[in-house]
Design a protein around this ligand. Structure first.
Ligand SMILES: *[C@@H]1O[C@H](CO)[C@@H](O)[C@H](O)[C@H]1NC(C)=O
Length: 326
């Protein structure tokens, strides 16, 4: 004699409800910290690289809501332009511009920086957000292995070309998106460009380690300038970055694996929170050379603490990109 009300009070129902609540809370926990501090960015000028989707786009959206003037620096101008229109419509901030930047081409990087300087005399926030992950062996236009080339060398050149503006606009901030993957990386001093051997995952980890070594070295060099530079791990975020990771792109991945890892993966909006915190939080005004995750300071991995690797990488980067720190 069972009735629907019997079910309501059954252990099974309680169990299911508790599991659902548990899964919900776990997912909420995995979404990480939120940046809720109010700031007014009116009159502040920002550049965000690789922002036609995912974390970058969410970052631009929030900066736009706070009144900033933003240059969206993207490779795919069609997608960039449509993201720009969407953001203007959503925020009513007209000061959003789409400009072409291909970080796998030093010519494109130099063109972008020169064009930006013709249009703007100030730069307060530079967000090195673009990244490529886990791709097959490819070379940039200038012959750099693609992951170290785009994730590190391209942003190294871009940042150094814009340093004069960042200094003259100080207080200003540089934000470098790295990853927890830096912990598994090492700088291959005898084969930085992966010419002798290439492992797509290790090349990614090396490039993310390079992001942190660059951040720490640049912070030292910028001491006393009121230009700060910090790195961060955005969290594991469900974005286009995974397009090269085989099982997530497949049907099996989409329908079987994706729902299971849904719990552990941040939305793009939540993935942007640590970037926004690092770029905007007033309490970080004098903080430089640090590493953040979930809107909190975190320790870097041991490989990111070798100052001689940082110096080696800096010298190589100046040589490869042909730009010098003054
Ligand atoms: C940053 O340093 C300046 C100058 O030393 C000081 O006036 C200011 O209060 C500091 N800001 C924060 C948030 O600690």
């Amino acid at each position: 004699m069972s009735s629907p009300t019997d079910y309501l009070f059954s252990p099974l129902a309680y169990g299911s409800a508790l599991s659902a609540i548990g899964i919900y809370l776990l997912r909420q926990y995995m979404q990480g910290g939120q940046f809720t501090t109010k700031t007014d960015e009116t009159g502040r000028v920002a550049i965000v690289t690789g922002c036609n989707q995912g974390i970058g786009k969410e970052t631009v959206l929030e900066l736009a809501l706070r009144g900033a003037t933003i240059y969206m620096a993207c490779r795919d101008m069609k997608k960039c332009e449509s993201a720009r229109r969407e953001i203007i419509e959503a925020t009513n901030n007209q000061n959003i511009f789409a400009r072409e930047l291909d970080l796998s081409s030093m010519k494109s990087i130099r063109n972008f920086a020169a064009g930006f300087k013709r249009e703007q005399s100030k730069l307060h926030i530079l967000i090195n957000n673009a990244g490529i992950m886990d791709c097959p062996k490819m070379l940039t236009e200038d012959g750099f292995e693609m992951q170290i080339g785009v994730n590190h060398m391209g942003h190294f050149l871009l940042t150094l070309l814009l340093l004069d503006l960042l200094k003259s606009s100080a207080p200003s901030r540089i934000v470098v998106l790295s990853s927890i993957a830096h912990r598994f990386g090492r700088i291959k001093r005898d084969d930085l460009n992966s010419e002798k051997s290439y492992d797509r995952k290790m090349a990614y980890c090396q490039s993310k380690l390079a992001n942190i070594l660059f951040t720490r070295e640049l912070a030292k060099r910028l001491e006393g300038t009121k230009v700060t530079v910090n790195a961060l791990h955005p969290g594991v975020v469900n974005t286009e970055l995974f397009r090269n990771t085989p099982f997530l792109g497949s049907r099996f991945g989409k329908f079987i694996i994706a729902p299971l890892i849904w719990i552990f993966i941040k939305t793009a909006r939540n993935g942007a929170q640590t970037t926004l915190y690092t770029a905007l939080d007033p309490s970080l005004e004098n903080v430089s050379g640090r590493y953040f995750s979930d809107c909190k300071p975190k320790h870097v991995g041991s490989a990111a603490q070798y100052d001689d690797d940082a110096e080696f990488l800096w010298a190589k980067s100046e040589k490869w990109t042909g730009v010098k720190f003054e």
